[in-house]
Structure formats: structure tokens, C-alpha cells
Design a binder for this molecule. Structure first.
Ligand code: ASP
Length: 438
């Protein structure tokens, strides 16, 4: 079996952590293709190399020079190479990079150089070939990954290589210019390499031991999630549980490749395995995880005989479309309907205009706006199998003295979403965690 391993910024932060990475790779012959991020933070308050590179771009566009930010990057890479005792011409590489940045001064090109340089160093440390993502990861004219070309080029580049290091985060667009994924995008690169290599496992090495059942800032030491399906992960990440870039699921999901989140600093920890939904086996747990977000606004509409008025929802949605507002949920009753919207969508007085338009378009009996609502998603395939999950959930919330403002259950029974006041957010998460995990 081939394993593709992606190491994030904290795993690449300095020479000591890179030696850990080498040990991890060399301890398993299946760990053949390595994707790396740029060096991240070494301590809280430190600056990531990628952020220094965006600053370098600003310097070049304002003053025509790479400035102090790039000098700091050079110092970091010189330090890493010295710590590792590598015999490589890092000064030459950094000088060439400086010249290329001045020539191809786009934000994406500048930002990509962190991954480029760290992959060069890692390839040297492992004494294996370096693959420039520019040659193998291709974007189409629509700005999206050109999967067909990318997988073919990558498969060809990897063929016959026992091991190789690929730079994460970037590729090349149709005009031959470097283009990056969005921030954190080395996760996506890792998934693409896993797919192209026909890997049996995509290991994503980071600085936490996988997903936790809920936010550790709210509950002390929540239990780790050992296994989670792609669908459950999608629900939890959407609601704020962020360990993995959300787009990194797609390339591997299509090829049925599981992802395992591992901790570079505690490699013995099992981590979390993200499995294709088709291969998911019921663990006996009703709830897999709990996640949530604050600051939603609810527009509540009431109108007698709403259920018989054909096109009611359509006309309200047309108003949202006109203002370019995306909504999260529409819980409905017979004569009531609520639109749950992220408050950041309704800035600069747009809310008043939207409400006015809704009033003149569908003439509701009443329209109310409720601010400062938090949404909490309780997620798990196990909920569909067991009677009484929602009874337990709402009893636990009631015991905590929290008033439920909204309920929405997806038809797949994979999640129940509960709306509460922002102020009750933490209390609700604690109560739900205690009910299902303690
Ligand atoms: N270095 C990039 C970032 O900081 C990409 C990554 O690390 O995945 O966003």
C-alpha cells in the first residue's frame, strides 16, 4: 500500500521538527510521497513564512524591493539548513528566489515560494527527488483544478520513484503563471497527490491528534473522534470544526481513499480516520461530534394560509438572490417560515432593505428579526439508528436552562441543528457533550 503524507506548517517550522518528520517518514516504507507546507509558527506570536511572503509582495509592489520580510525568510531558511547540517547551496537558492519574485511579482507566486523552498530542503534532507508543483498541478481556464491533466502529469512524475517530495499549496494556471489554492491549501495538494498515486491512505500530519468531539475551549479534554465519515466531517467542518481544508476531501473521496489525521508531535496517538461514507461502520455511538457558530440573524415570517400560497418561498428567495445573500437554513411551520442568515451577510443597512422588500413582495402578517443566534450542530450517523436521540438532546438542553429558539433536522438524520441565544452557546455545547459523551 502507498501512503501519501502531508506535513503542515508547524511540522516544518524549524530544523528540529523537520528531523521528527524525517523519522516519521523513514519509520514506514509505505510513506512514499511527501507533500509539505511552508514553515509555520514556531511559538505563539511568531509569523508564518507564507504571511512574510505576502508582506514581501506588498514591499515589491509598493517599493520595488523585497524588503525586511524577505530578509527574515532568508534568515529562517538559513537557520533550518544549518540546524539540519545540510550541504546545500541555500544562499544561491534564496538569491534566485529573490530575483524570481522581483520578476514574477504576483501575490500567488510570492506566497508559493514558502512551499517551494521547504520542499527543496525536505527533499535534500530525505535525499529523494523534489517535484515542483508548477510542473504537475494544473488549473483550467475557469480557475479550478484541471483534474484530468494534473492526475496524469503527477502519476507520470511519481512513476518509478521510491520516494519524492512535492511542494504543496500551488500549481500553474493556463497562462503559465503560478496559482495557489486558498489558505491552508497544502491539504488539497496532499489529497491530489494521494489520488494520483493511487494511495491506500492519505496521512495528514498536523499538530493535533485528530478531531475532538467538541471544541476544547468549551469542554476540558473532550474525547477524540477515532473514525468519522466524509459526510459527518463535512457537517462538522461547515459548522466550525477546522482541522482540514474543506476542499481537501473531494479528490480522495472520489477515489475512496481514507484520510488519517496524525500528530507530528505525538506520532503514537491514533488520530482520526476519515472514511468514505460507504465504508463507515457504526461504532455504537449515537453522536460523533458537536460543532457550532455564533452570530446568526433569523428573519421570521408568519402569514395565515401560507401553506396554500404557491410561490411564497420562491418570491422571498428572489429577494435574497437580488441582494446576493446566502442563507443557512429555512425551518418551516404550516404558517411560518424562518430564514437563518450569517450576520456578516447583512452588513451596512442591507437588513432593513431586505425586510422592506419581503414585506412588499409577500405581505406577511408579521415579520420579526431575531439577532444574536448561535447554531449548534449535533452530528452522527448513529442518530438515524437509535430511537430517542432528540428526546435526550432536548432534555439535556432544558436541564441546562437554555431556551431553544430553532430546530432543524436534516432529512438524512445525520444532524440536528439547534438555535439558541449567543449567550447560551457554551452552556448548550457543554450540556450536549455531557449527555452523549460523559
Ligand atoms: N502555507 C500556506 C498557508 O499558510 C498553505 C498551507 O500551509 O497549507 O496558508
Amino acid at each position: 500500500m502507498i501512503k501519501v503524507c502531508k506535513f503542515g506548517g508547524t511540522s516544518m517550522a524549524d530544523g528540529i521538527t523537520m528531523l521528527r518528520v524525517r523519522k516519521i517518514i523513514e519509520s514506514d516504507a509505505a510513506r512514499r510521497y511527501i507533500v509539505v507546507s511552508a514553515p509555520g509558527k514556531r511559538f505563539s506570536g511568531d509569523v508564518k513564512v507564507t504571511d512574510l511572503l505576502y508582506e514581501t509582495y506588498e514591499n515589491v509592489s509598493l517599493r520595488g524591493e523585497t524588503g525586511e520580510a524577505f530578509d527574515n525568510i532568508c534568515e529562517r531558511f538559513r537557520g533550518i539548513v544549518a540546524e539540519l547540517g545540510l550541504n546545500m547551496d541555500i544562499d544561491g537558492l534564496l538569491e534566485r528566489t529573490r530575483r524570481e519574485i522581483l520578476e514574477e511579482a504576483t501575490p500567488d507566486f510570492c506566497a508559493s515560494r514558502g512551499e517551494y523552498l521547504s520542499a527543496c530542503v525536505m527533499a535534500q534532507l530525505l535525499d529523494v527527488p523534489f517535484i515542483d508543483a508548477r510542473d504537475v498541478v494544473k488549473f483550467g481556464a475557469d480557475g479550478r483544478l484541471d483534474g484530468e491533466r494534473t492526475y496524469a502529469l503527477l502519476a507520470c512524475a511519481l512513476k518509478g520513484k521510491k520516494r519524492a517530495v512535492v511542494a504543496g499549496f500551488y500549481g500553474e494556471d493556463v497562462n503559465g503563471k503560478v496559482k495557489t489554492f486558498s489558505r491552508g491549501g497544502s491539504d488539497v495538494s496532499g489529497a491530489i497527490v494521494a489520488r494520483a498515486a493511487g494511495a491506500g491512505l492519505y496521512e495528514n500530519w498536523t499538530d493535533v491528534s485528530g478531531f475532538l468531539a467538541c471544541d476544547p475551549r468549551i469542554v476540558d479534554n473532550p474525547l477524540p473522534i477515532r473514525a468519522i465519515s466524509y459526510k459527518e466531517l463535512r457537517e462538522l467542518s461547515y459548522m466550525g470544526a477546522n482541522v482540514l481544508h474543506s476542499e481537501s476531501i473531494f479528490p480522495v473521496r472520489e477515489a475512496d481513499i481514507p484520510i488519517r489525521i496524525k500528530n507530528t508531535f505525538r506520532p503514537e496517538d491514533e488520530g482520526t480516520e476519515i472514511v468514505p461514507t460507504s465504508r463507515y461502520t457504526y461504532s455504537g455511538k449515537r453522536v460523533t461530534g458537536i460543532a457550532g457558530k455564533k452570530d446568526f440573524t433569523v428573519i421570521f415570517l408568519e402569514k395565515s394560509l401560507m401553506n396554500a400560497e404557491i410561490g411564497f418561498t420562491y418570491r422571498v428567495l428572489e429577494v435574497f438572490l437580488k441582494y446576493g445573500i446566502s442563507f443557512e437554513h429555512i425551518p418551516t411551520g404550516i404558517d411560518t417560515m424562518s430564514f437563518v442568515i450569517d450576520a456578516s451577510e447583512l452588513k451596512n443597512g442591507v437588513l432593513d432593505e431586505v425586510c422592506e422588500q419581503i414585506r412588499t413582495t409577500v405581505h406577511p402578517d408579521s415579520l420579526r428579526v431575531i439577532h444574536d443566534i448561535a447554531l449548534i450542530a449535533v452530528v452522527g450517523h448513529g442518530m438515524a439508528r437509535s430511537v430517542g436521540t432528540s428526546a435526550r438532546l432536548f432534555e439535556a438542553i432544558a436541564r441546562a436552562g437554555v431556551n431553544v429558539r430553532m430546530i432543524d433536522q436534516g432529512s438524512s438524520e445525520l444532524n440536528i441543528i439547534v438555535g439558541v441565544d449567543n449567550d447560551s452557546y457554551e452552556r448548550t455545547i457543554k450540556a450536549v457533550y455531557e449527555e452523549f459523551f460523559d
